[in-house]
Ligand binder design. Structure first.
Ligand code: SAM
Length: 201
C-alpha cells in the first residue's frame, strides 16, 4: 500500500508548477501539506519541481509538511535522512539527478541535497482521525491515498482538507481520483488537464 516513486504523477506536479506557482508569489511563507506521503519520493519530487519553477529565492519560502499513518514507523527516518537506493532514482532525468542528488557509488545510494531536504518535514498522522495537522495551507496534495478509503470517508477527508486550506488554497490529487459529488461544491477545478482544484467557499 505504500508503493511510491520519484516523479510519480508528474503531470499533476507540472500543472502545479504552471497554474499554482504564479499565485504563490509574494507570500513570505508558503505552506504545503502532503498527506499520505509514504517514504518521501512524493514530497521531495514536489520540492524539486517547485524549486525548478520558482528559483532559489522564492523556493526558500516553501515548507512541505509531509504526513503519513506510517504504520511500521519507518518513513520519518527515511525522510529525515533523504537517502534512497539508486534503483529508486535512476529513472529521473539525468540533469535533475545531477542537480538535486549526491551519489554514494560505494553504497549504491543517492542523497538529496540540503536545499531540498530542508524544505520537507515529516510527522505521523492518520487522515481518518479527521483532525487536520494545521490550518491556513496554501496547497494540499494527497495522491493515491483516498482510493483506499470508503466513499463516506473520502468525503469527510476532503472536507477536512477544505477546512485546513487558506481562502483560495489549492487541492491536488491523482488523475483517476474524481472529486466526490458531495464535496464538489467546495472547490472549483482549475484545469481540465488534471485533478487540480481551488477552494471556493
Ligand atoms: C500508495 S501510497 C501513495 C504514496 C504517495 N502519495 C504517492 O502517490 O506516491 C498510499 C499511502 O497512504 C498512506 N495511508 C493509508 N491510510 C492512511 C491514513 N488513514 N492516514 C494517512 N496515511 C494513510 C499509506 O501508509 C501509504 O504510504
Amino acid at each position: 500500500m505504500a508503493f511510491t516513486f520519484f516523479f510519480r504523477d508528474i503531470s499533476i506536479l507540472e500543472l502545479i508548477a504552471r497554474d499554482v506557482v504564479p499565485h504563490l508569489v509574494g507570500f513570505s511563507k508558503i505552506r504545503i501539506w502532503d498527506a499520505g506521503c509514504a517514504m518521501g519520493p512524493e514530497p521531495f519530487s514536489l520540492a524539486i519541481v517547485l524549486s525548478e519553477a520558482m528559483g532559489q529565492f522564492m523556493f526558500r519560502n516553501i515548507r512541505i509538511d509531509a504526513t503519513d499513518i506510517d504504520e511500521q514507523d519507518q518513513f520519518g527516518k527515511v525522510i529525515l535522512g533523504g537517502v534512497y537506493k539508486d534503483e529508486l532514482v535512476k529513472r529521473l532525468p539525468p540533469a535533475i539527478l545531477k542537480k538535486y542528488f549526491m551519489e554514494n557509488a560505494a553504497e549504491g545510494t543517492s542523497r538529496l541535497v540540503d536545499s531540498i531536504q530542508e524544505r520537507v518535514t515529516f510527522q505521523k498522522h492518520d487522515l481518518l482521525s479527521l483532525k487536520p495537522i494545521g490550518s491556513g495551507y496554501h496547497m494540499i496534495i494527497c495522491k493515491n491515498v483516498l482510493l483506499h478509503f470508503s466513499p463516506e470517508s473520502r468525503v469527510e477527508v476532503i472536507r477536512m482538507f477544505h477546512g485546513a486550506l487558506a481562502p483560495g488554497g489549492y487541492f491536488a490529487t491523482e488523475q483517476t481520483q474524481k472529486l466526490p459529488e458531495a464535496s464538489s461544491g467546495l472547490f472549483r477545478q482549475i484545469s481540465s488537464e488534471g485533478q487540480l482544484f481551488q477552494k471556493v467557499l
